[in-house]
Design a protein around this ligand. Structure first.
Ligand SMILES: Nc1ncnc2c1ncn2[C@@H]1O[C@H](COP(=O)(O)OP(=O)(O)OP(=O)(O)O)[C@@H](O)[C@H]1O
Ligand SMILES: [Mg+2]
Length: 227
C-alpha cells in the first residue's frame, strides 16, 4: 500500500531576493492535505507572500521544491506551469486587483478567456453561477468603483474561482475589509473547503481569520515555527 501524497508538499524551500540579498524563506517544509483550509500567520516580512507566490508559480525558489499532487512544480516547463496556473489555481489578493474599466461580470469572466474551448453560453453560465455563489449576482453590471470594499473582494473571489481551481491561494483576503465583510468572506472560504473540497492557503494577520481555518501555520523570519 502506498500513502496518498498530500496535495501540496513543500520541501526545504528557500528564497533569496537577489538584489538586496534578503533571505525571505529559509528552509520551509510543510504539507497540506486536499480540502484543508490553512491559515498562514506571522509578523510582517516573515515570508508569507513569498511562500504564496512560490506556490502559485508566480516566482521561482532559490532552493528546495514544491510537489503538487506528487509532481514537482518547478521542474515543469513554462507551458506546463501556465497550464497549472490556469487550471488548478485561484489567487485572491489583499487589494482585490479588479480592472476598473470592466464590470463585475466581465472581471469574473477574465480567467475564462484562457479557456477558448468554452462556448459563450458556458462562459455566461459559469460567471452567473459563481456570482450567485458569492452573493453578487445583483451587481453583475456594476463597475468596481460602484462597489463597496467587501463587494469588490467578493467579485475578486468569484474571479479566482470561476474556473473551479483545486487550490486557492489568498494573500490577506480580509486585510482591507471591516469585520462584518471580513466575516462573510471567511464564511465563504470555509464553505468552499467544506462543500466543494477546495484547498485553501490564506495568509493573514488576523487571529479571527485564523480561527475560521482548520489549521494554523506560524512563520517567523522565513521559517515555520510549527506545522
Ligand atoms: N521582490 C523583492 N525583492 C527584495 N526583497 C523582497 C522582495 N519581496 C519581498 N522581499 C522581502 O522579503 C521578506 C519577506 O517578504 P514577504 O512579502 O514575503 O513578507 P510577508 O510575510 O508577506 O509580510 P506582510 O505581512 O507585511 O505582507 C521581506 O523582508 C521583504 O522585504
Ligand atoms: Mg504579505
Amino acid at each position: 500500500m502506498t500513502d496518498v501524497p498530500a496535495l501540496i508538499e513543500v520541501q526545504n524551500l528557500s528564497k533569496c531576493y537577489g538584489e538586496h540579498q534578503v533571505n525571505a524563506l529559509r528552509g520551509v517544509s510543510l504539507s497540506i492535505e486536499a480540502g484543508a483550509f490553512v491559515a498562514l500567520m506571522g509578523p510582517s516580512g516573515c515570508g508569507k507572500s513569498t511562500l504564496l507566490n512560490l506556490l502559485g508559480a508566480i516566482d521561482r525558489p532559490t532552493g528546495g521544491q514544491v510537489l503538487i499532487a506528487g509532481e514537482s512544480l518547478f521542474e515543469k516547463s513554462e507551458k506546463a506551469l501556465t497550464l497549472f496556473r490556469r487550471e488548478q489555481l485561484g489567487f485572491i489578493f489583499q487589494f482585490f486587483n479588479l480592472l476598473s474599466t470592466l464590470t463585475a461580470a466581465e472581471n469574473v469572466a477574465l480567467p475564462l478567456d484562457l479557456h477558448p474551448n468554452l462556448t459563450e453560453a458556458q462562459r455566461k453560465q459559469a460567471v452567473q453561477s459563481i456570482l450567485e455563489r458569492v452573493g453578487m449576482a445583483h451587481r453583475a453590471d456594476f463597475y468596481p468603483a460602484q462597489l463597496s470594499g467587501g463587494e469588490m473582494q467578493r467579485v475578486a473571489i468569484a474571479r479566482a474561482l470561476v474556473h473551479q481551481p483545486k487550490i486557492i491561494l489568498a494573500d490577506e483576503p480580509t486585510g482591507n475589509l471591516d469585520s462584518e465583510n471580513g466575516e462573510s468572506i471567511l464564511k465563504l472560504l470555509q464553505n468552499l473547503s467544506q462543500e466543494d473540497g477546495q484547498t485553501i492557503l490564506m495568509a493573514t494577520h488576523s487571529e479571527e481569520a485564523a480561527h475560521a481555518a482548520h489549521r494554523v501555520i506560524r512563520m517567523r523570519d522565513g521559517q515555520i515555527q510549527d506545522a
